[in-house]
Design a protein around this ligand. Structure first.
Ligand code: E4P
Length: 221
């Protein structure tokens, strides 16, 4: 399973990119609005830092304008995936962009049927928002199960990108179901790295090493 970082923050992007644990980035207008930088410059910078796919979202809602924005976003780099909202005009834009060879990520997907239609239009990725489904009392992971099964049954090439991830269990379950990608906010990725037994274990190893050095002069590794 691939891991994308769901962020437009350069510090987090550099930090996790340097660790080699992220395969790509997803952004959206809300994430860009949280940063102080000019969004166009910021998107260009992100695309230049990260080698893998970077999803950049259109803000238009009509097909023609979406396609124009997609062309502009693709000029930022060959790794740009154009994020298109799951609306009728969006599906039309996806179809057109697919014919042009431009990869797309259909966003704001909340049902298996929406994912199916996005795949039929030619989307490279679909982004079901599982946390927002959980928030309204629906089972986000069940929607992932349904989408993965349907895509497998009919051999769709569209990748399932689990979005709106809220806790580490969402990640484990997405992997067990067989989703292609999870996109994680920095705070969730940090939780995946951390385990109290790791920190306790390291503290005790270092303490014992210090003791050993006191008892055995000139010890080095
Ligand atoms: C995905 O591409 C979206 O940017 C994101 O996962 C939405 O998550 P949220 O529900 O936490 O805003």
């Amino acid at each position: 399973m691939k891991i994308f970082l769901d962020s437009a923050n350069l510090l987090f992007i550099k930090k996790y990119n340097d660790m080699g644990i992220i395969d790509g980035i997803t952004t959206n207008p809300t994430l860009l609005s949280r940063e102080r930088d000019n969004p166009a410059m910021l998107m260009r910078e992100i695309v230049s830092i990260v080698k893998g796919p970077v999803s950049l979202e259109v803000t238009a809602t009509q097909t023609e304008e979406m396609v124009e924005q997609a062309h502009r976003l693709r000029k930022y780099g060959q790794n740009v995936i154009v994020k298109i909202p799951m609306i009728p005009d969006g599906l039309k834009a996806v179809r057109q962009l697919t014919h042009e060879g431009i990869p797309t990520n259909v966003t704001l997907v909340f049902s298996a049927n929406q994912a199916l239609l996005a795949a039929k239009a030619g989307a490279s990725y679909v982004s079901p928002f599982i946390g927002r489904l959980d928030d309204i009392g629906q089972d986000g992971l069940e929607v992932i199960r349904q989408i993965v099964q349907i895509f497998r049954n009919y051999e769709f090439g569209t990748k399932v990108l689990v979005a709106s991830v809220r806790h580490p269990l969402h990640v484990i379950e997405s992997g067990r179901i067989g989703a292609d990608v999870v996109t994680l906010p920095p705070e969730i990725l940090a939780k995946l790295i951390f385990h109290p037994l790791t920190d306790n274990g390291l503290a005790s190893f270092l303490k014992d090493w210090e003791q050993l050095k006191k008892e055995t002069p000139n010890v080095e590794i």
